[in-house]
Design a binder for this molecule. Structure first.
Ligand code: C2E
Ligand code: MG
Ligand code: MG
Ligand code: MG
Length: 282
């Protein structure tokens, strides 16, 4: 079904054309093939504790290298998978692969039990049997549930709050932790933090990039952080790129940070080659 492309032309997937249904259909077919042929991979981005810069965890991020198109942005691949329903299989692949990787790191680096964050898309979260599949993966990969953080986005909490609440409660009973990803990008009110069993709030990069002394963004981020701490949650600042943002995040009191300033997402082979990772707990 996938259209033949002459002359090895490299086509870049553009999120803006994802509305073009022919394009989307083509990408969907190719994603099916990719799942079968292991063109998919995971990159891991370190998450650091702000007070001492130690790496306490990693976030798994999907990487798809298409033989002709090249690197397909994770957001495009996930959008196509969500629309086609392929997300259930793709999400299961990501979760199992990430848990397996984490288990093998633990064998090689027993002194460094990193927390593992895995993104869960809205449709994946709401798929019947999702909780059962998470439980099965934990078992088959011998993954410590307490070390797994599932990252969900606020949209689903708003759209289908009651069902989301049941699923999140079931996940909590497995012993995994939950993070609210991309906080500050949608319309999620602060009351959601109290209503849902969230352990970690991730302040979105678009917010972090606007932080600075005496800015509204910093005032809001500080109140979110204070509230999260009152509710016994941790706060991660995403997409920290500059020393100035780092300083601001520290003064706001965020617990954890993630961003190119500390480390970019890397392959599992390179992860432990980073000085911060190989250095701590040595
Ligand atoms: P996210 O979960 O918010 O992940 C963080 C994104 O920010 C990643 O982009 C990461 O590479 C990028 N990032 C981290 N630090 C910086 C920084 O300092 N500057 C900048 N400019 N970017 C930074 P990526 O890997 O392209 O993923 C984009 C989004 O795609 C993710 O956002 C997540 O929503 C989704 N995604 C990726 N992998 C998966 C997956 O396995 N499953 C699901 N459901 N979604 C995924
Ligand atoms: Mg995330
Ligand atoms: Mg995010
Ligand atoms: Mg994001």
């Amino acid at each position: 079904q996938a259209k033949r492309r002459g002359g090895g032309t490299h086509q870049i997937v553009d999120l803006r054309t994802a509305g073009d249904s022919r394009d989307r259909h083509e990408l969907e077919q190719e994603l099916r093939v990719a799942l079968a042929r292991s063109e998919l991979d995971l990159a891991y981005q370190p998450i650091v504790r702000m007070v001492d810069g130690s790496v306490v965890g990693v976030e798994a991020l999907l990487r798809w290298t298409h033989p002709a198109r090249g690197a397909v942005p994770a957001e495009a691949a996930i959008a196509v998978a969500e629309q086609s329903g392929l997300i259930t299989r793709l999400g299961a692949w990501v979760l199992e692969r990430a848990c397996r990787d984490r288990t093998s790191w633990l064998v090689e680096h027993p002194g460094q039990p990193l927390d593992l964050s895995v993104n869960v898309s809205p449709r994946q979260l709401m798929t019947p049997g999702f909780v059962t599949s998470v439980s099965a993966v934990l078992g088959v990969t011998a993954m410590d549930p307490a070390a797994l953080v599932l990252e969900v986005t606020e949209g689903i909490l708003i759209e289908d709050g009651d069902r989301a609440m049941r699923v999140l409660g079931d996940l909590k009973r497995l012993g995994v932790r939950l993070a609210l990803d991309d906080f500050g990008t949608g319309y999620c009110s602060l009351s959601y933090l109290q209503r849902f069993p969230i352990d970690i709030v991730k302040i979105d990069q678009s917010f972090v990039s606007r932080l600075g002394p005496q800015t509204t963004a910093s005032a809001i981020a500080a109140s979110v952080t204070n509230l999260a701490h009152l509710l016994d949650m941790e706060v991660t600042a995403e997409g920290i790129e500059t020393g100035r943002q780092h300083d601001e995040v520290v003064s706001i009191g965020c617990d954890l940070g993630q961003g190119f300033l500390y480390a970019e997402p890397t392959s599992t082979q390179d992860l432990f080659a980073q000085p911060r990772l190989s250095g701590i707990n040595a």
